[in-house]
Design a protein. Structure first.
Length: 218
């Protein structure tokens, strides 16, 4: 008989799964080290999240991908590696110094030729981008997630993949008294992703929650 016990939060189980399905090679370990030396916050996605994203990208045959929120380039390397031959990743970073760290990361990882790092405010930049994209990964300021949702849906092709990290926001989404802009932004995104008839979406309860959805209609 199958068990109904939820053990997905067990550190030993998570470590077991990560070691099998999402091992980090030396390049990925060095990215984390580079980010730490640069003083960047340790908020990159985890290796198991990154592997899920990579598998989903390959499943939709992603060739043109947009990432909103670059940080030091860790997630971008996973994405770039998952692209079809000739594919490109456009990744947006608001801080110039952080963008430079990311550029160094992409060059060191051998994917610099397929990544375009764009500096500036993503809320402005995305309005100037032309569709279609095969996938959009959102991992930026949470207060703007409602705006990013609408931009992503405009840019995605039918059959394209929408991804968003931190949709649980450390559990704050269920604290009714918490009305801070970042929480309200995540709540707005979750409402839209779960109810928009153009999108079939679900949440993977990995780390801080990863939403993924397929655009099924314009």
């Amino acid at each position: 008989m199958a068990t109904t016990t939820d053990i997905t939060g067990d550190p030993k189980v998570l470590a077991y799964a990560r070691a099998l399905y999402a091992p980090e090679d030396r390049v990925l370990v060095e990215i984390r080290e580079r980010q730490e030396r640069a003083g960047l916050p340790p908020i990159s996605i985890s290796a198991d999240e990154a592997q899920i994203i990579a598998v989903l990208l390959e499943a939709v045959g992603a060739k043109r991908v947009l990432e909103i929120g670059t940080l030091g380039g860790y997630s971008g390397v996973w994405i770039a590696r998952a692209l079809k031959p000739g594919g490109t990743l456009t990744t947006i970073e608001i801080d110039p110094a952080t963008a430079q760290v990311a550029r160094e990361t992409f060059q060191a990882a051998g994917v610099g030729d397929r990544v375009n790092v764009v500096e500036g405010d993503a809320r402005t930049i995305v309005t100037k981008l032309d569709p279609p994209f095969d996938a959009v990964f959102i991992d930026a300021d949470k207060a703007s997630l409602e705006t990013y949702f609408h931009d992503a849906m405009r840019l995605l092709r039918v059959g394209g993949l929408l991804l968003c990290d931190n949709v649980f926001l450390d559990g704050r989404v269920v604290v009714d008294a918490d009305r801070k802009p970042d929480v309200e932004g995540v709540r707005a995104f979750n409402r839209l992703a779960s109810s928009d008839s153009r999108l079939k979406a679900a949440v993977i309860p990995v780390r801080d929650g990863l939403t993924f959805g397929i655009k099924v209609a314009d």
